[in-house]
Design a protein around this ligand. Structure first.
Ligand code: ADP
Ligand code: MG
Length: 295
């Protein structure tokens, strides 16, 4: 993950991602949204490659406002790839299928920074450090780009400080972090809190959290979960990529999906995550020993 993409994923800096027209993609299904309640995101038959290797092999997923979807699955299943394809990471080439956003817009046609400005947010599995850029300036720039896209006035530095202080309290972050460069020298837990802070400030319509719970001690996990729950509303939706039931003890998902070998192979309610915790991925022919992250 490069700093430049990380910046684009927050809505600023021009980066060009390959985006062939939706109609040209093989297997693109036209999904008609109900007139009164269109889904926020419809992913249909999505295929993608990285370095010419197929990773996503036909992902189908429908997310509506107000919903929290957990995506679980063994390592290497393509979960992070799906999240990066949805935000337009340039290393991933879409080779088939569609992703429609809000009023049936072709998400894959938008540049990464446009997706961010239109309310898509990704908390990275491995947040990057951006030396030379203060966290305060970085966050204000990102928030003002999003506000601009919403037709709202930009915050001046003083106004922003007020907004920021409130949100920092929410994720129990000390004001010391504002003057420091983005993620520079932050511990793993501090980086994850910083991702939640970004989310709280940007107020995304679709937030994707990629293993934001990994490596956190129980207090940090509770703080992150509280931040997620505070951001949750009927107007937005969240996709939580996680290995662990323990996050789902604090953030109750509406749906749980299992991804394996580039596809969603099973979907259910919260009970599916409990079943996984008890039995692992035996139903996929994988033993707990082969999947240490679950043990
Ligand atoms: P998950 O998040 O489910 O663990 P990933 O989406 O990270 O899975 O990875 C799926 C597969 O794609 C893995 O085999 C991984 O090695 C490969 N992959 C992902 N990103 C890259 C990349 N930038 N270059 C080469 N291979 C990659
Ligand atoms: Mg991953």
């Amino acid at each position: 993950m490069t700093p430049s993409f990380c910046v684009a994923a927050l809505g600023f800096t021009m980066l060009r991602a390959p985006a062939p027209s939706c109609a040209a993609r093989i297997g693109c299904a036209v999904v008609m949204a109900a007139a009164d309640a269109p889904p926020l995101l419809v992913v249909s038959g999505l295929r993608a490659t990285v370095a010419d290797t197929p990773i996503l092999k036909g992902v189908d997923l429908i997310v509506r406002r107000g919903e929290v979807h957990a995506i679980m699955g063994p390592n290497g299943s393509g979960k992070s790839t799906l999240s990066k394809v949805l935000v337009g990471h340039p290393s991933y080439e879409v080779t088939g299928g569609c992703a429609r956003y809000r009023n049936d817009e072709d998400l894959l046609e938008l540049e990464p920074e446009e997706r961010a400005q239109q309310g898509i947010f990704l908390a990275f599995q491995y947040p990057v450090e951006i030396p030379g850029v203060s966290n305060n300036d970085f966050l204000r720039l990102a928030v003002n780009k999003r506000r601009g896209a919403l037709g709202l006035d930009e915050y001046d530095p003083l106004e922003f400080l007020g907004v920021l202080s409130e949100k920092m309290e929410m994720v129990s972050m000390s004001p010391d972090f504002l003057g420091r460069d983005v993620n520079s020298g932050f511990s793993g837990g501090e980086k994850k809190r910083n991702e939640i802070l970004q989310m709280a400030l940007l107020e995304p319509e679709l937030a994707i959290l990629d293993e934001t719970d990994s490596g956190l001690d129980i207090d940090a996990l509770k703080t992150v979960a509280a931040g997620v729950n505070a951001c949750r509303s009927e107007k937005n939706a969240m996709i939580l990529i996680t290995h662990y039931q323990r996050l789902l003890d604090y953030v109750k998902p509406d749906f749980v999906h299992i991804m394996y070998q580039g596809r969603i192979v099973r979907s259910g309610g919260p009970e599916l995550a409990l079943e996984l915790e008890a039995e692992g991925y035996a139903f996929l022919g994988i033993t707990k020993e082969q999947q240490p992250a679950l043990s």
